[in-house]
Design a protein around this ligand. Structure first.
Ligand code: RTP
Ligand code: MG
Length: 148
């Protein structure tokens, strides 16, 4: 089953949005298979956001993402990578439609509350960066094809 990496960014943690965000993914029907509150090291930030290393906002992005605790999660379910991105909304909260997480809780692009992997490749990479194998829990909720 497909897995994705989702993270409540430091602004979301400070604003007490962990529960709200977990609730949205649970209510949608996805299965939480890993989670932890952690502070991102500079090394991890460079690895995670390496694709943006030449962008003008890279320094500020690393400074922000390492500035306080984040809540890192792995969610599992059919098409969870794309669906999580849709639930998050556009990168710029000003362009994110109401009903999405960024549309409902964000204002500025630098503090946009949540991260989610944007492809199968980035999900694999990011899950591996943030979680060791024993931290991903494999379990069954129901003998059902539609409850993940
Ligand atoms: P993320 O990786 O954090 O989930 O966000 P994303 O895919 O929607 O956007 P991405 O293009 O990967 O950008 C990563 C993060 O960099 C910050 N950013 N700032 N100042 C700017 O113009 C700018 N552009 C991007 C945002 O915080 C974005 O989430
Ligand atoms: Mg991205």
């Amino acid at each position: 089953m497909e897995k994705t990496f989702v993270m409540v960014k430091p602004d979301g943690v400070q604003r007490n949005l962990i529960g709200e965000i977990v609730k949205r993914f649970e209510s949608k029907g996805f299965k939480l298979v890993g989670s932890k509150l952690m502070i991102i090291s500079d090394d991890l930030a460079y690895n995670h956001y390496g694709e943006h290393k030449d962008k003008p906002f890279f320094g500020g992005l690393v400074e922000f993402i390492t500035s306080g605790p984040v809540f890192a999660m792995v969610w599992e379910g059919e098409d969870v990578i794309t669906t999580a991105r849709d639930m998050m909304g556009a990168t710029k909260p000003s362009e994110a439609i109401p009903g999405t997480i960024r549309g409902d809780f964000g204002i500025t692009v630098g503090k946009n509350v949540i991260h989610g992997s944007d492809s199968i490749e980035s999900a694999d990479k990011e899950i591996g960066l943030f979680f060791s194998e024993h931290e991903i829990v494999s379990y069954t909720k129901q003998d059902s094809e539609w409850i993940y």
